[in-house]
Design a binder for this molecule. Structure first.
Ligand SMILES: [Ca+2]
Length: 384
């Protein structure tokens, strides 16, 4: 058999490869790319590998008599552990949630512990986590692993190492048929749009139409439609003297529960509140669970999510400069984030918890107070 086939797929699908089948039968896992360089030491070199407290060489025969070589790892000093490791690190810039699996074959001294280790490192070289599976040497070739590691942080690197402990002078072990594979998790499903209000209704309209298909239409109160917007037309809100707002009745589709939340809209104003704040989009009150976005007296935006915990992301400035700004407030399972004009301006680590209430969604006021003065367009609420 070819060295490549054995090194790349391991024993589980060996028969498939041996049979020369180009297509993998249904029910058999598709062989994944081996991330390791020179995983079978074919050609008689240890290129791509380095030793810790060890000298590396090749020996013949290797694990598989059809392949001439294995790596020999020999203790080179008085340490009690020594290792062979892939260098440079075989997996770099990995995505969070990526699952890595290491396997191989080792021939170790009877009674000595040999471990296959996967180690995640930050870009700066700090160890994030390590996983290992160990075997006790038998004096014969034996499988090691699988060692599994799920990557914690996107952008990290993962190293592959085989280490013997309890070493004494003269110790050595052999390694061959090493495999490191990765499975990248599927992307999360796209969020479900709960409501999307284009605010394109002509002047004089009293109904704000929801284009999401969920029927979350709103009622305009003293709001002027037909203003120039970012897409089609926009709504103009008149502040405390006019007392304008839009109210959308409560509906199951407007309550996220514990799902992620993504609220976005376009804002254009030359005003700032002189007392309290401007309520832009909100569902809930101070004594219920709620989600809300406000424009503050400072010219900053605050995204507030209150479930079992009350968390916010606040930032930005000068948002009353008469230009359109795209505002996004995002809640995930572990953080709350404010994005303005495509730039993340604030991320707060936060576990908000489940969020659901029977209040209407109000746009442009509390209502009854916190009256916004300015324009809004393209309001969207999505969950998941
Ligand atoms: Ca519009």
């Amino acid at each position: 058999m070819s060295r490549l086939a054995r090194g790349a797929v391991g024993v589980a699908v060996l028969s498939v490869v041996t049979a020369g089948a180009a297509l993998v039968p249904a029910g058999v896992a598709i062989a994944q790319t081996n991330l390791l360089p020179n995983p079978t030491f074919a050609g008689g070199t240890t290129a791509g590998w380095k030793g810790t407290n060890a000298a590396l060489s090749v020996v013949s025969p290797g694990f598989d008599s059809g392949d001439s070589y294995a790596a020999k790892v020999s203790l080179s000093n008085t340490s009690t552990s020594y290792a062979i490791y892939a260098s440079p690190k075989p997996a770099t810039n990995v995505a969070q949630g990526t699952q890595l699996q290491g396997t191989g074959e080792v021939l170790g001294i009877s009674g000595r512990s040999i471990c296959l280790m996967l180690q995640e490192y930050t870009p700066g070289g700090a160890l994030v986590q390590a996983a290992k599976q160990c075997v006790t040497g038998s004096g014969n070739w034996q499988p090691i692993g699988p060692t599994n590691l799920t990557v914690k942080n996107s952008g990290d690197s993962v190293g592959f190492r085989i280490r013997q402990t309890g070493a004494v002078a003269g110790d050595s072990f052999q390694a061959d048929g090493l495999v490191l594979t990765e499975s990248v998790p599927p992307p999360p499903p796209p969020p479900t749009v709960a409501a999307r209000w284009h605010m394109d209704e002509p002047a004089g309209s009293t109904v704000m139409v929801d284009s999401s298909g969920n029927g979350n239409n709103g009622t305009l109160h003293n709001v002027t439609s037909g203003a120039a917007g970012t897409s089609g037309t926009a709504y103009s809100f008149g502040g405390s003297t006019v007392k304008s707002y839009v109210s959308v009745p409560d509906a199951p589709s407007l309550n996220p529960g514990s799902a992620d939340i993504h609220i976005s809209f376009d804002l254009n104003t030359t005003s700032l509140p002189t007392s309290g704040d401007y309520d832009l989009v909100r569902k809930g009150t101070f004594d219920s669970t709620e989600y809300k976005i406000e424009l503050l007296q400072s010219g900053a935006i605050t995204c507030v999510f209150r479930g079992t915990a009350n968390r916010n992301a606040t930032g930005g400035s000068g948002l009353n400069n008469g230009a359109w700004h795209h505002i996004e407030c995002i809640k995930s399972a572990s953080q709350v984030q404010l994005v303005i004009d495509g730039t993340v301006v604030k991320t707060s680590t936060a576990t908000v918890g489940s969020l659901s209430n029977t209040f209407a969604v109000n746009i442009g006021a509390y209502p009854g107070s916190e009256w916004y003065k300015g324009k809004l367009d393209e309001v969207s609420i999505a969950f998941g």
